[in-house]
Each structure stands twice: as structure tokens, then as C-alpha cells.
Design a protein around this ligand. Structure first.
Ligand SMILES: Cc1ncc(COP(=O)(O)O)c(C=O)c1O
Length: 422
């Protein structure tokens, strides 16, 4: 292991990110289970990309069959590709009619930002102050952008949240208004700075740490953007494909976007992403940008994507995710009553965050959260931590995670939380 780690650092560069004090070497995955090089099995509560399970036999078989038949780039007609994109946009609301495939979430979000700027002829983009939408030179400018600063026509608004509210003295209704006023002011600030193009939002505020905004925030914010002539991009790269217990995070959060970005779980690990919108906006984008992507819109991508939709549909995973997630969250919320380090339990479907805090102050306890993650690993459970302060335990297993898996996790988690409070 040490030798492999040394070689990893030498050849991949020092600083290439690896989880855990002692990085984990994996050799095999099946369903919700991962196997280490030491022969240990780990329950996977972290990985959202293999959404229909590690090494899913249906996806593997379809990929193998297609790879042995044909794989070409997008400048030829292929019925499988057209069938897949039709099926994909058909899963969305009526305004989503056409899509452009890519290979990463970053490509999808980059296309979306370029689309809204091109369509509106305006430059100003708004995001939250604790977000991540990808790593290109354009999209990377949205990452962790402090309120009150500006990066090339991009500004942020405070992440709306009830647990650590912007102003603790306000009622929920007043807090909602404070956030909406901030958005209105930020939109207005673009008036002399290239105008306002739109808002990009993760539909469930995943990288922000899954905060609960004041009730109605999503729909009201979207209304303000539209009133100002802007467009709304829903980043569904984490939120989409049943993760929140609906097909799309924007359904769970109650708003209707103009543009949608998808990625991560879309191909169960085969690189596949998409940016989707109305037929008119996609057509205009294509005419302006002449977008081409060597590996995208291939027959191989189409079979991977199609097999994922088949699995989610045939196995009833949207409903399963909702049920398993609801019950798991209820158990964690019950556990929280006696364990004040679990400051807040939130999220929907199979994406649950536990805000790990110092009990007296409710301040984020990043080190404590890290210790829980390490302790869980030593007991064969893998999860991560994330959020605005890096202290939110992130439970985000493959969608096929079931009630038995949840019970297995809870039995270990209860011990670890008890130890942390002893
Ligand atoms: C919400 C969100 N959008 C976009 C991306 C970028 O996706 P990718 O890493 O595939 O470029 C990420 C990656 O973590 C993400 O979390």
C-alpha cells in the first residue's frame, strides 16, 4: 500500500486528492458493496455515480454488446442515440425538448452558461456563495465566490438556509424576504455591468451542504429571475436521476428551470452528460457555437444512458429511494434527539446531510466530522463530508441501497455517534 501510494504521488503529482488518513485501495464493486485490496467489504454510502449499482450487469452487458458492434462520433446518424435523447428529454417538464450530450458535468454547465449569455445577450450570472458546478475556466469562476465580489460578470448570493440563518432574529417569512431582496439587489447591480443573463442553481443545493432554505425560496427566486428577463439553469448533475426521490431535484424543490444540466449518474460511470432546454434555445446555441465534442453523442454513451433509465424504471428506484431515504432520515432524526453533535439532519431521498457541530454553539465541527468518517471506514462503511464549512456528513449511496443496507449502516452509526458523545 505504501509503495503504491508513493508511486501514485510520484506519477499523479503530490496533492492528487485521496480520501482517508490511510487511503483506501479498492479492487472490486458489486451493487452497494466495495471490496478492498485487503479483502474487506465496505458498504458504499458515498458514490452517486454508480447509481444503479457498482458493476451493474445490465449496463455492463449493453456496453459490451455495443462496443463489439459500433462506436463512432456524432457526425453520423444513429437510431440508438436519437432514441436515447428523446427518452431523456421526455423525462423532464414540457419545456425541455432537446439536448446536447457531453462527457462531464463541467461540459454541461459550461454549455448552459454560454447558452444563457448568448440567448439573452447579457453577461451577468448569479450563483450561491458556496457552490461548485465544475472546473473549466468559465464554470470554475462560480466556485466558492464570496458575496460582494465579482469574477468576470459572475456574482453570488448568500446560500439560503434555516440552520445557520443570515439573520438569526428573523421569522422564516422575514428571512425569505431578506434572501429575495438580496437576489433582487444583485440582479439590479448588473444593470450597468453588461446586464443580467440568469441564475445557476443546484436544484437541491448539494455542494452547499443540502441546507433547507426558507419555505418557497426556490419558486420565488426563479420568479424574480424570470421577471428580470433572466433564465434559470438547474444543475441536476448531483440532484438528478431519482437522487432526491423524484426524477429531478427541481421537482423536489418545486421550481421549473429553463435549462437543465445532467451528468454524474447518467451513464453509471460511463462518461455521459447533457445540457437540455427548449428546441429553440438549443438550436440557437448550436448555430452560435457550432459545438462539437469528440466522445459525446456516441452509440456507446446512448446504451449506457438507456440502460440506466431502464434500471431506474424497471426496478422502481424513484419510489424506493423516497421510501428508504425517508425511513433512514427519520431514524437519524430520532437519534439526533439524544446526540447534540448531530446539529441538523436534512436532505431528501437518498441524499442526507448531518451537520456535525460543537453542541453548545452549533458551530461547524470539521475535525469531529472527519473523525466520524474515519471511524465509519474502520467499521466498513464509506461516506464523505461536504458543505459550506466541510462539516456535513454526506450520505449519498447508490440508488439501489435498500432498507436492509440502511439498517446495517444505522447499527454501526449508532455506536459511533454514542462514542463521539461519551
Ligand atoms: C453540482 C455539480 N455540478 C457539476 C459538477 C461537475 O461535474 P464533473 O466533475 O463531471 O465535471 C459537479 C462535480 O462534482 C457537481 O457536484
Amino acid at each position: 500500500m505504501t509503495e503504491l501510494l508513493d508511486r501514485h504521488r510520484r506519477v499523479m503529482g503530490d496533492g492528487a486528492p485521496l480520501f482517508y488518513d490511510e487511503p483506501l485501495q479498492l479492487v472490486k464493486g458489486e451493487g452497494v458493496w466495495l471490496e478492498g485490496a485487503d479483502g474487506r467489504r465496505y458498504l458504499d454510502l458515498y458514490n452517486n455515480v454508480p447509481c444503479v449499482g457498482h458493476a451493474n450487469p445490465q449496463v455492463v452487458a449493453k456496453l459490451a454488446e455495443q462496443a463489439a458492434t459500433l462506436n463512432v462520433h456524432s457526425r453520423y446518424l444513429h437510431d440508438g442515440v436519437v432514441d436515447y435523447v428523446e427518452r431523456l428529454v421526455g423525462l423532464h417538464h414540457d419545456g425541455i425538448e432537446s439536448a446536447i450530450l457531453g462527457c462531464s458535468g463541467t461540459e454541461a454547465t459550461e454549455m448552459a452558461l454560454t447558452l444563457i449569455r448568448g440567448t439573452t445577450g447579457k453577461r451577468g450570472i448569479i450563483c450561491t456563495d458556496a457552490t461548485y458546478h465544475g472546473n473549466s475556466s468559465l464554470v470554475g469562476r462560480l466556485s466558492w465566490l464570496p458575496v460582494g465580489t465579482e469574477r468576470s460578470g459572475i456574482k453570488s448570493i448568500s446560500t439560503p438556509q434555516l440552520f445557520r440563518p443570515l439573520d438569526a432574529g428573523l421569522s422564516e417569512v422575514a428571512l425569505l424576504q431578506l434572501h429575495l431582496d438580496e437576489l433582487t439587489g444583485t440582479i439590479a447591480s448588473f444593470a450597468d455591468e453588461g446586464g443580467f443573463a440568469g441564475l445557476m442553481l443546484c436544484s437541491i443545493l448539494a455542494n452547499e451542504g443540502l441546507p433547507n432554505p426558507p419555505a418557497g425560496w426556490f419558486a420565488e427566486a426563479v420568479g424574480l429571475v424570470h421577471d428580470a428577463g433572466g433564465l434559470v439553469i438547474a444543475d441536476e448533475v448531483q440532484a438528478g436521476f431519482a437522487r432526491s426521490g423524484s426524477w429531478w431535484g427541481y421537482e423536489t424543490s418545486g421550481f421549473v428551470p429553463d435549462v437543465v444540466c445532467m451528468g454524474k449518474p447518467m451513464g453509471n460511470g460511463f462518461p455521459l452528460s447533457a445540457m437540455a432546454s427548449s428546441h429553440d434555445l438549443i438550436t440557437e446555441f448550436r448555430q452560435r457555437q457550432r459545438y462539437f465534442n469528440t466522445f459525446a453523442s456516441s452509440p456507446l454513451q446512448a446504451v449506457a444512458g438507456d440502460a440506466v433509465i431502464d434500471e431506474i424504471t424497471n426496478r422502481g428506484l424513484v419510489g424506493q429511494v423516497r421510501e428508504v431515504g425517508d425511513r433512514l432520515k427519520a431514524s437519524l432524526t430520532a437519534l439526533q434527539q439524544d446526540h447534540p453533535r448531530m446539529g441538523d439532519v436534512r436532505g431528501t431521498g437518498l441524499f442526507i446531510g448531518i451537520d456535525w457541530v460543537y453542541p453548545e454553539s452549533n458551530n461547524p465541527d470539521v475535525d469531529g466530522a472527519g473523525q466520524v468518517v474515519e471511524a465509519l471506514k474502520s467499521r466498513g462503511m464509506l461516506l464523505g463530508k461536504a458543505g459550506q464549512h466541510g462539516n456535513v456528513l454526506k450520505i449519498r449511496p447508490p440508488l439501489v441501497f435498500d432498507h436492509d443496507n440502511a439498517a446495517t449502516f444505522l447499527s454501526v452509526f449508532r455506536d459511533i455517534v454514542a462514542d463521539a458523545h461519551s
